[in-house]
Ligand binder design. Sequence first.
Ligand code: SAM
Length: 435
Amino acid sequence: MRVTVEKIVFGGEGLARLPDGRVLFVPGVIPGEEIKVRIVKEFKDYVQGEVEEVIIPSSARVEPSCPYYGTCGGCQLQHMDYPTQTSVKLEMFKETLRRLGNLPENLVEGLVPSPIPFRYRNRLRFHVEPGTGQLGFVKRKSHDLVITKQCLLGHEKLNRVLEALPEIPAWKRLQGFAKRVKLELSPVEGLVTILFWITVKPEVQDVEELARELPDTKCVFYWVRGPKPEGPFPKDAPHSGRRLFPVPQAYFPQTEKPLYLVRPGVFTQANWEINLKIMETIRPFAEGLDRALDLHSGMGNFLLPLVPLLKEALGVDTDVGAIEDAQYTTEYLGLSGKVRFERVSATEALIETWKAAETYPLIILDPPRGGCRELMRYLPEVATERILYISCDPPTLARDLKLLLQAGFEIERILAFDMFPQTYHLEALAVLRRA
Ligand SMILES: C[S@@+](CC[C@H](N)C(=O)[O-])C[C@H]1O[C@@H](n2cnc3c(N)ncnc32)[C@H](O)[C@@H]1O
């Protein structure tokens, strides 16, 4: 059956219409292409298809660089050139905001592209293949693994470790009990940290051997159970094995070499260059305000650069490791006394603030994919001037923005950032002010 691709929808698949009017979704296509499709499955409201042949290809079609593309579930857009990816994602973002948030499309300013479209990730997480200890990602639409020797989204140093790890004798002894492995870059040092999840406590000599034998490795951690991983190995790794991230000197004039210091396993934004662009974009919105509350502070990523502009600030997060890192970095940056970080949930922090009849002129939200619906009851009463909402999930952002607009806020700026080239994922920032 021949169809023409109309657009790319959230999730990265193309939408086309069958001659009988039914909607068809098909991966690996580009708007405007004429394709021959095979129907894979028919659902009540739509049909799932697969490309049999691209009859008239788009001029934006490129040969995917990665041998796993199409099998691995990680990337959806590698068959498009990068400028086309960014325009497709911007359209997808606008449409999601319109469909789920009733927001006019012309509100969206644009999408900030990633300075590099490959090798941008500072962390990669793999599953361990039972029996062989090989590492892999989950296959598209399946729970099976695709054994991965290289991931073109990951920094080169992460890939060197990925290639070497399965061959290390200590790993061959450990792998039978290991479930997942996270490789994370410490960008300032150009070194990698390794964190693996394991069902039984490993021999220390084996863990130390991994750290010694793997190329460009700073240290190793393992996680059996509990709120935090065990490590570092070796024990004397600088800053207790934390990863070192560069941050602009201009934001921290009191510190000679400003850094963020983050333990392996604690959340960091995957594409640091884009993270710095988001920081730069939000900074002017704290000027002239005296206090801020960050309800998903993590290790302090978005709040810390604003602290020198404010009189006081509070960051909260449920991850104990992230809060410890935020406190460690605060001290390193010489900001103690101006900012506090507490391990408490966003809901609890907000309700406690409301009960105390306290308010904040600036509130930062950066929730996981599920968004912030549970905060909407109290947020409008606690946030007196501005809300900065950073989101990795356009559908929940659209839902929450609709509620905030109903509660008396208006959108000052809204734009997307391409934190995740080659995939359909993006990061968005909405700046809201009280209308
Ligand atoms: C997308 S990350 C952002 C972290 C940080 N803003 C950053 O840029 O690195 C989301 C954060 O929300 C935290 N989180 C998840 N559920 C939470 C909750 N109920 N209350 C507060 N924080 C929560 C996670 O631990 C994680 O640190």
